[in-house]
Design a protein around this ligand. Sequence first.
Ligand SMILES: Nc1nc2c(c(=O)[nH]1)N[C@H]1C(S)=C(S)[C@@H](COP(=O)(O)O)O[C@H]1N2
Ligand SMILES: [Mo]
Length: 405
Amino acid sequence: MSDPRLSRRALIAGAATTALAAPALASIGAKLGGMIDLGLPGGPSLRPTTPAFPGKGEMIVQRIRPPLLETPMDAFAKGTITPNDRMFVRWNWPFPTEVKAAEHRVAVGGAVKAPVSLTLDDVAAAGEHISVVAINQCAGNGRGLSEPRVTGTQWGNGAMGCAKWTGVRLKDVLAKAGVAEGAKRVRFAGLDVPLTDGAPQFIKSVPLDIAMRDDVLVAWAMNDEPLPILHGFPLRIVVPGWFSTYWVKMLSTIEVLTGEDESHYVAETYRWPSVPVTPESKDFPTVPITAMPPRAFITSHADGATVALGKPLVLEGIAFGGDAALERVDLVGKGWEIPCELGPDEHGPYAFRRWSVNLPQVAGDFEEVGVRAKNVNGAVQPETLVWNPSGYARNVIERITLRAQ
Ligand SMILES: Nc1nc2c(c(=O)[nH]1)N[C@H]1C(S)=C(S)[C@@H](COP(=O)(O)O)O[C@H]1N2
Ligand SMILES: [Mo]
């Protein structure tokens, strides 16, 4: 699976420096284009859109600095790969707008036999080059649709995208330093630093068995191009099937831990209740959000669209199984369901897959019609929202209403 176009030389020569056009960034505020209604029930629902963010096509602006850019759902209407210029963007803290590949180092330390500081060349030479197509989805994707409302970025469903990631296995990079006895977790840090003094750095860790998986990468390419700076140039972690909070960008430090990770973004946030809760619940136990559950979306029609009465109707969309392959997708209405036809399995278990359903004749309005994905492990999208205080891991069946005319 190694990709000759992304040889070590290409990695270094093709992207010696990647910079984000700072003046353009500063003028985005003046260049906002239209507005989009994200259908957020609990608060202001309109967001500006712009095609003017450096390196990006039309995106929904949730915040300019540090950027939170959401992908409009129409980007998912065709195909199964999200182009780099349409991938959502999320940074917790400001990040360098220029990174020099030749000067970049990845320190591998902590509970290792011999700490090392690796150049990009060293990383690329650490092992076989492999590619994995995987969905990059924020744990808070769709959070803005929570009822009652929850705190955090009020994303619609566009904080997700599917790309081909190329790099080396994390375990091969770890082998450069040698994992020591007693290792429990592997923690990652990037070049971004907190804006406010004393605020925690965005560092994240995964259990050792996840770090050692054959498909967990230190990636340098996204859809056969060097990682764009917004997506973590020059290197990022990729954990297929897990929410992308673990996919640390601008990777600069890998630290092997022998104990639990007490750092803020693991011990205090990005966690959800391990017991059922209501908005009134207090002091409940929590666990980190990790693997993604299945989801499906109708992309051929927006909520409230009109369809032709008496005519055939084709509905289409995308679906994914989360941390396991998709098994089936069903179109579900009030008291009825119809199996959907799945498109080809183009990219393996962690990617988007298309579905479609042909309805012979529209007999009336489709009230609250939705699509329900199920994965091969039996995980299936629930009828009602599993509400949690941070709106994490939304996977309730998404529904729309179509008007027949
Ligand atoms: N260095 C760094 N990596 C990071 C983050 C960050 O703030 N800093 N945010 C994480 C979160 S919460 C998400 S959802 C994804 C977003 O990846 P993207 O911007 O490439 O879409 O990056 C992850 N990796
Ligand atoms: Mo996220």
